[in-house]
Structure formats: structure tokens, C-alpha cells
Design a protein around this ligand. Structure first.
Ligand SMILES: N[C@@H](CC(=O)c1ccccc1NC=O)C(=O)O
Length: 291
């Protein structure tokens, strides 16, 4: 599936360390900066929007979500479900509400989903939790009119896994109208050979079972619109993964666009969703208003 098998261990480690590719900040400060920016943005969102925080969608401690309601929510409203990144082992819903302000002001609810990160959570568990969070939303909030998924990095992977869910066992079918997959990983196999798997402890079978690239299903007539987003300063491997996944979806009949955003890296590509004037914020609002 690609040249990563010919890479040295060091080269592969480099490719799967997003912090090493930004021209903006050095590798030792960029992750702390990302945490600080997303936490401050989330604090601002919580102060300005009407919210329901820490809503349990399951029995587990980690199975909670935060809802940021639209400013005017007297009727039905679309919802953007945000799935955070952090290589399935860091970050949480508590710094994942930063995208809410420009959306809630336009009538869109934002839900930040929590899930059990590794080592507590297993890859299969995280995928199941995110799927269950959607079923919960549909059952509990009949005022939701259409769901848009948005995931960053590891969260884009989880969002892509949600796209090919067999909903029969959940007894509801969420009306997913669109998915925005930002700087994601869609083939987990290369990761098996890097430090990322130290906490995840995935076997080859687990990595394959949870690789969206291996489960691209033919689009059904009601298949949602998919926007695959990649940053100019993502690593070549991250960029390859987005290109190949979007091509595979297109070949299977999905309506998919690849948006290659100039001037941003793996971290500010998503941080800037707190800004109304950011192109991706506008693209998302446009996707929602067209449906
Ligand atoms: N150790 C990684 C950290 C990382 O990839 C990351 C950190 C915060 C938010 C998202 C990330 N990437 C994917 O989920 C790095 O070198 O950048």
C-alpha cells in the first residue's frame, strides 16, 4: 500500500511525529501550545454558549460528552460531533469545545465526545464508544436534524470508523449528512512500528480491523458527503494517507473532496476552527447550510 515498509525505523518515527513538521513552533513546544490554545478556546466557548457538560452516554467514566447548544435552539438544529485527536492516548473532550463559537452562532450545535484513551482504552473500545455516543445523541435529542462528524488526527480515524458502522446492533441509524476528516490516519499498520503503539499495544489484527482504508464500502445512495482535509505542513506520510483514503472513497462512489490547506500544520489546521474567518470554518458552515 505504500513506501513506508521500506523506511528505516527512525524515518517512520519521524513521519508519524506530527510535531516535527511544523515551521511555526519547535517539536518541544508545539504540543503544549496546542493544549493551551484548545483549552483556552474551550473555556471561551463554555463561557459564551449554553451548554450541557459531562453528559453520560454510557456507564464508563470516560463515556461522557459536552453539548454546546446553538444560540437560538427553539426548533430543530444540525449538530457537529467533534472527535478529538491525541494519538488515541492524550487530550480529552475538556479541551475540545474550541470550535463551538462560530458554529453555535449560526444555529449549529457542537458536541465534544469523550472516549477512553490508551492505555485504559483499547482501540476496539474507542471505536465502539464513539459509535455509541452517536446512537445516544439520536435517542436522547430528537431535536437534532442531521449529524456532521468532524475529527482531528486520531479523531479523524475514529470518525472514519463511524462512517462504516453496521447500525443494526445499535437499534438506531444516525442521520450522518457529512464528515470532515482533518489530518487523519486511515491505515494503522505503519503505526505498529512506531512509539505510538507503545501505549496502544495493538496487534496486527487489531490494526487491520480498525483501519478505515481496509474497509472502504461502496457508497449507498444516501451516503454522506466526505471532506478529507490535510495540512500543507503535515508529514509526507500523513499527506499520503489522506490522498489515498480520499481516492479510495471516490473510487467506491462516495462524494468526497480533498482539501489541502496551505500555510497550516498538523495543529493549527484544527485550532483555527475557533475563528469565524478561517476557510475551514466557512467550508463546514457551507456544507451544513447546503444540506
Ligand atoms: N507525539 C505526537 C503527538 C501527536 O501526534 C498529537 C498531539 C496532540 C493532538 C494530536 C496529535 N496527533 C494525532 O492524534 C507528535 O509527535 O506530534
Amino acid at each position: 500500500m505504500g513506501g513506508w515498509r521500506d523506511m528505516s525505523a527512525e524515518a517512520l518515527e519521524d513521519q508519524y511525529s506530527p510535531s516535527r513538521w511544523s515551521p511555526r513552533l519547535d517539536r518541544d513546544t508545539i504540543i503544549d501550545a496546542h493544549l493551551a490554545v484548545t483549552a483556552a478556546g474551550t473555556e471561551r466557548a463554555r463561557a459564551s454558549a449554553q451548554t450541557s457538560l459531562h453528559v453520560p452516554y454510557g456507564k464508563g467514566d470516560g463515556e461522557k460528552l459536552d453539548i454546546y447548544f446553538p444560540t437560538d435552539h427553539s426548533g430543530t438544529f444540525p449538530v457537529l460531533v467533534y472527535i478529538h485527536g491525541g494519538y488515541w492516548q492524550c487530550l480529552s473532550k475538556d479541551e475540545s469545545g474550541f470550535a463551538a463559537p462560530p458554529l453555535v452562532s449560526q444555529g449549529v450545535a457542537v458536541v465534544a465526545v469523550g472516549y477512553d484513551t490508551a492505555p485504559r482504552g483499547h482501540m476496539d473500545t474507542m471505536v465502539l464508544q464513539v459509535r455509541r455516543s452517536l446512537a445516544f445523541l439520536v435517542e436522547q435529542y430528537p431535536e437534532i436534524r442531521g449529524i456532521y462528524l468532524c475529527g482531528h488526527s486520531a479523531g479523524a480515524h475514529l470518525a472514519a470508523m463511524v462512517l462504516f458502522t453496521d447500525w443494526t446492533e445499535f437499534h438506531v441509524v444516525p442521520d450522518i449528512k457529512g464528515a470532515v476528516l482533518v489530518s487523519g490516519v486511515y491505515d494503522l499498520e505503519p503505526i505498529l512500528h512506531t512509539y505510538v503503539n507503545d501505549a496502544l499495544n495493538m496487534s496486527r489484527e487489531v490494526a487491520q480491523r480498525n483501519s478505515p482504508m481496509r474497509h472502504v464500502a461502496p457508497a449507498v445512495p444516501a451516503a454522506c458527503e466526505v471532506l478529507v482535509v490535510v495540512a500543507q505542513h503535515d508529514s509526507p506520510e500523513f499527506r499520503r494517507q489522506s490522498q489515498e483514503y480520499s481516492q479510495a472513497l471516490r473510487a467506491a462512489g462516495w462524494s468526497v473532496s480533498l482539501l489541502d490547506l496551505a500555510g497550516v500544520d498538523h495543529f493549527d489546521v484544527i485550532e483555527k476552527l475557533s475563528e469565524n474567518s478561517y476557510i475551514l470554518t466557512q467550508v463546514i458552515l457551507n456544507m451544513i447550510s447546503r444540506a
